[in-house]
Design a protein around this ligand. Structure first.
Ligand code: NAD
Length: 497
């Protein structure tokens, strides 16, 4: 199956000596992939730096041409790539298509950006002097990605890095290697079509040890790492120790407030998508619902009803909304959290069981009913990111209580409020409101669009990608001063000679 899809990208696979790749749909093997050795990582960095020397001199709109070609190939292969995303990450087909669409949108954005990359003109204190700030290409960019957005996160980074003049070395999740190989085949075709250096984009396959080789490599200027907070905690200090640059996109523990004036029909739809979509395996998944006491019973009963209608199953089948968890480890985390709910005085309102029918058919596949749990308080369990479809519901009385619960999370990625009260909405978006990188009104916290800067604060790592001025992370800032006069006035009026 996987071999046939990869054939559509011109790839022969599997090849000899490769490790097993698995699909969460059945838990079965798809074939094999081979991890890169340390020497291969060194060689990739060397080749990327050689490509950098010419690519940084290539005019940015010409660099944009490479990304334009990549976008065209992605449009052509949207179905094929989405099929691989479903096979490897277990995303339902509609969401897999959406993920590839996000890559296409990202290419469009980066092509436009390639005709901008604007700097500043600053006022000089010295006569006949001109001061500017310009943005220069940075160097080789290593992109380490998580399993749950196996292709979009690479595109967020690669499309922008390439127009900024930086070659990219991609270390995909060891759980989703085939999609990475398919993307690499497309970018290689795009580069060959315009005579760009093939080493502008490379893939090195493997686990954390391969990521670490890139993290520690002095030839890598920027490490853009997406994954758990634990990963970021390991990566950040190592990159800092060699004065490299780091862009971290880490975990989330996102909340939504349902205020007294909320439109409950709209809120329920938004909440169910944000909490159960992608089987709860998005960094922006809604994990904490903070409901005003006057609407609590109504919201909980409407959600419980909506959860009953969610179809869990093979993500390739039409009508299925919730696919499998990625693996047994993810299931153990989910099951453990459900046990803790009761130990902490909470109650599982609905869901939480591993689907017996699918489980019997495929013992190594992990399909679960999304769970809803009411919690009396926000303890350690609720403040932890459990990467599965488990939504905790909490109750509040006063506004300050809601905001205190909301901002108590260690993470700071995405947030939302459902309200029809203008004052509440604006307070949520004010300096005393949400402390997250993303704040939404009358939309759940998940499902960001390309164009806005994506990322979050606190244990989410502080990085921003995919829009606004996030491109500046991939470039080197240079302040330039030109003296076009005949004198040499010194700054701050200093006299010398
Ligand atoms: P993970 O941390 O297990 O792995 C992510 C990547 O990091 C993988 O490629 C892995 O091989 C690599 N890695 C792990 N340890 C490393 C180390 N010490 N040095 C270098 N590389 C290392 O995460 P996952 O399970 O694949 O993904 C789920 C997590 O990612 C969740 O916490 C989710 O919230 C987060 N996530 C965040 C964003 C975001 O934009 N903020 C997006 C997607 C996922």
């Amino acid at each position: 199956m996987a071999g046939a899809v990869l054939g559509r990208f011109g790839l022969a696979w599997p090849q000899e000596g490769e490790k097993e790749a698995r699909t969460p749909i059945t838990g079965g093997a798809l074939g094999f992939t081979r991890g890169a050795t340390g020497a291969e990582v060194d060689r990739a960095v060397e080749r990327a730096n050689a490509a950098f020397r010419s690519w940084r001199l290539t005019p940015p709109p010409r660099r944009g041409e490479l990304v334009r070609r990549l976008g065209a190939l992605l449009r052509q292969h949207q179905d094929d790539l989405a099929e691989l995303v479903t096979l490897e990450a277990g995303k339902v087909s509609g969401e897999a298509q959406g993920e590839v669409q996000e890559m296409i949108d990202m290419c469009d954005l980066a092509v436009g950006l390639s005709r901008q990359l604007y700097g500043l003109t600053l006022a000089s204190e010295r006569p006949d002097h001109r001061m500017t700030e310009v943005w220069q290409p940075l160097g080789v960019c290593a992109v380490i990605t998580s399993f749950n957005f196996p292709v979009a996160v690479w595109a967020w980074n690669a499309a922008v890095a390439l127009v900024c003049g930086d070659p990219v070395i991609w270390k995909p999740s060891e759980k989703t290697v085939l999609t990475a190989l398919a993307c690499q085949s497309l970018v290689a075709q795009a580069a060959a079509g315009m005579g760009a250096p093939p080493a502008l984009s490379q893939v090195v396959v493997g686990g954390p040890e391969v990521g670490e080789a890139l993290v520690d490599h002095p030839g890598v200027a920027l490490v853009s790492a997406t994954g758990s907070t634990a990963m970021g905690r390991a990566v950040g200090p190592r990159v800092a120790a060699r004065f490299g640059r780091c862009l971290l996109e880490l975990g989330g523990n996102n909340a939504a407030i349902v205020a007294p004036s909320a439109d409950i029909d709209l809120a329920v739809r938004g909440i169910v998508f944000a909490a159960a979509g992608t089987a709860g395996q998005r960094c922006t998944t809604l994990r904490r619902l903070i409901v005003h006491q006057s609407r609590y019973d109504e919201v909980v009963s409407r959600l419980a009803g909506a959860y009953q209608t969610l179809r869990v199953g093979n993500p390739r089948n039409a009508g299925v909304l919730v696919g499998p968890l990625i693996d047994g480890r993810a299931y153990e985390g989910f099951a453990r959290a459900l046990v803790e709910v009761e130990a902490d005085g909470g109650e599982v309102i609905t869901g939480g069981r591993r689907d017996p029918a699918l489980g019997a058919a495929a013992p190594e596949a992990f399909y679960v009913q999304p769970a809803l749990a009411s919690m009396p308080a926000q303890g350690d369990l609720v403040l932890r990111e459990t990467f599965a479809p488990l939504l905790y519901v909490l109750r509040y009385g006063e506004w300050d209580e809601a905001m205190a619960l909301h901002n108590a999370a260690r993470h700071g990625l995405s947030s939302s409020i459902f309200t029809n009260d203008l004052r509440e909405a604006e307070r949520f978006l004010s300096p005393g409101g949400s402390d997250c990188g993303i704040a939404n009104v009358n939309i759940g916290p998940s499902g960001a669009e390309i164009g806005g800067a994506f990322g979050g604060e606190k244990e989410t790592g502080g990085g921003r990608e995919a829009g606004s001025d996030a491109w500046k992370a991939y470039m080197r800032r240079q302040t330039c001063t030109v003296n076009f006069g005949r004198d040499l006035p010194l700054a701050q009026g200093v006299e010398f000679l």
